[in-house]
Write a protein that binds this ligand. Structure first.
Ligand SMILES: Cc1cc2nc3c(=O)[nH]c(=O)nc-3n(C[C@H](O)[C@H](O)[C@H](O)COP(=O)(O)OP(=O)(O)OC[C@H]3O[C@@H](n4cnc5c(N)ncnc54)[C@H](O)[C@@H]3O)c2cc1C
Length: 467
């Protein structure tokens, strides 16, 4: 992916804007090159593009003042959470200021009786669950990285638990947002449902920093289940594993997690996380419920798996064994990267209706083999969502060309099957070219919304679509 950074303002105009920000924030404003470099990249293979400065606000009021200064000078604004996104989301393509929200990391109020919590955007998902542990409640959305809640809202993230608990779309109740002109809005109250006007909460969930800066979030919580167990089951064929998933979902078995790892991914994880799982296609499952319910669900899935050639079904309720398995799953991308020294990962994800999952995965696997890629496959397959971590040597132009062509075929395959070009990573700048193929005329409506709310295109310019 070529670097396309083009500063929006002249050096003198940028200097004037930065001087005003420095005056506002003192030592929470920096132009240090190491900090700018760090904020100009995410975890993708997108070419980095550093901002002119980075600021660290501590309150909604400070965010308002920052936005007003930027609006007055026309300086682009790139909101920044934990920087773990995967499609070049935080690259400062037109220069400007990176607004790092990680010092706004307070858990403001747990409403245990209502099963909700109010947090600032810099709270990380693991921090939230550690804080909640003694309340008997938890927040289920778990992208592999320890992302910020603000970033998770902005990318409409999900993870291994989405098959049971939904994604950020289902679990955000309300937001406080600083708009591009400095106005502050609250999108909703705490009521579990509302029919009052347009659903602005859902508009900002997945807006990737292009519409405003999220400074407060109300999330749904869930009771920690009485019993939890994890299971693994191996399959000689990918088809057997995927058909087990499809039948499990279609039978309405309320699995909490059902993850697919192909044999290449299992091998990588074994080496990276020092495990000894059979090097075959693998389903990794979790069941939540009562003791009896969990046992019954496991038995039903075991029977379905047996019909599709599943073997070696093992399950455990021991927390430390469960934690080890799921940590290994969350480290899958790093395990893939470790397969080839000095290489990077091109992570991509698509999602299709569950009835098309087997077809999509099998065609994709055939494509991987034919193209000769090293591309472990892993997926939150209960939702029809799967990922490839294509291991790439950035210094090899032929390899990059082959991978880009492969990604394009993958996306069009998913679209042909009534799926989406991304189930959870988002568009950023990596998948912009597919948005019109997926949404057609609806992209013009998205553009109209962007222009109405951010007429000067200050907020994270160059992402989702061009203006
Ligand atoms: C190993 C690994 C595994 C992953 N697994 C998953 C997975 O299973 N599921 C999944 O969904 N994702 C996954 N991801 C991707 C990533 O973790 C998510 O996209 C995450 O939601 C990004 O959060 P962040 O805090 O890192 O945001 P950033 O990367 O900092 O920002 C992401 C986007 O959100 C915007 N943004 C950030 N904070 C705010 C705010 N307060 N207001 C407005 N805009 C804001 C930014 O401008 C940017 O456009 C994975 C990433 C890695 C590295």
């Amino acid at each position: 992916m070529a670097a396309v950074a083009q500063p929006r303002l002249s050096p003198a105009a940028t200097e004037a804007a930065l001087a005003a920000l420095k005056q506002l924030l003192g030592d929470r404003f920096t132009t240090a090159s190491a900090v700018r470099e760090q904020h100009g990249r995410d975890e993708s293979w997108a070419v980095p593009s550093p901002p002119d400065a980075v600021v660290f606000p501590r309150s909604t009021e400070e965010v308002v003042e920052i936005v007003k200064i930027c609006a007055a000078h026309g300086l682009p604004i790139v909101p920044y959470g934990a920087g773990t996104s995967l499609e070049g989301h935080v690259t400062a393509l037109q220069g400007g200021v990176s607004v790092d929200l990680m010092q706004m990391n307070q858990i403001l109020k747990v409403n245990a009786e209502d099963l909700d919590v109010v947090v600032q955007p810099g709270v990380r998902r693991k921090q939230l669950n550690e804080y909640l542990r003694d309340t008997g409640l938890f927040f289920p959305i778990d992208p592999g990285a320890d992302a910020s809640i603000g970033g998770m809202v902005a990318t409409r993230a999900s993870g291994t638990n989405a098959v049971r608990y939904g994604t950020m779309r289902e679990n955000v109740l309300a937001l406080t947002v600083v708009m591009a002109d400095g106005r502050v809005i609250r999108t909703s109250k705490r009521a579990k449902k509302s029919a009052a006007g347009y659903d602005l909460t859902r508009l900002f969930v997945g807006s990737e920093g292009t519409l405003g800066i999220i400074t407060e979030i109300t999330l749904r919580l869930y009771g920690i289940p009485e019993a939890m167990s994890s299971a693994i089951c191996s399959f000689e064929t990918l088809e057997g594993a995927v058909n087990t998933v499809i039948q499990t979902i279609q039978a309405g078995i309320p699995v909490a997690r059902i993850e697919l790892l192909d044999d290449v991914q299992v091998d990588a994880i074994n080496k990276y996380s020092k495990l000894d799982m059979p090097v075959q296609n693998l389903l990794l499952l979790e069941f939540h419920g009562s003791e009896a319910g969990v046992a019954e669900q496991a038995e039903m899935v075991q029977a379905i798996a047996a019909d599709h050639g599943g073997n070696n079904f093992q399950w455990t309720t021991k927390p430390e064994e469960r934690a080890k398995l799921w940590q290994a799953r969350h480290d899958a991308a790093y395990a893939s990267k470790a397969l080839r020294k000095g290489c990077e990962i091109m992570a991509t994800d698509v999602c299709v209706p569950i009835s098309r999952l087997a077809e999509c995965i099998l065609e994709t696997k055939e494509d991987v083999v034919k193209t000769g890629l090293m591309a472990p496959l892993v997926g939150h397959v209960g939702d029809g969502n799967f990922h490839l971590a294509v291991v790439v040597d950035r210094n090899n132009p032929q390899e990059i060309e082959a991978i880009e062509a492969f990604n394009e075929r993958l996306v069009h395959r998913a679209l042909r099957m009534d799926g989406t070009c991304t189930g959870e990573h988002g568009i950023g700048r990596g998948k912009m070219k597919y948005l019109t193929a997926e949404h057609g005329e609806a992209v013009a409506v998205m553009r109209a919304i962007k222009k109405a709310l951010d007429p000067d295109n200050l907020m994270n310019p160059g992402k989702i679509f061009s203006i």
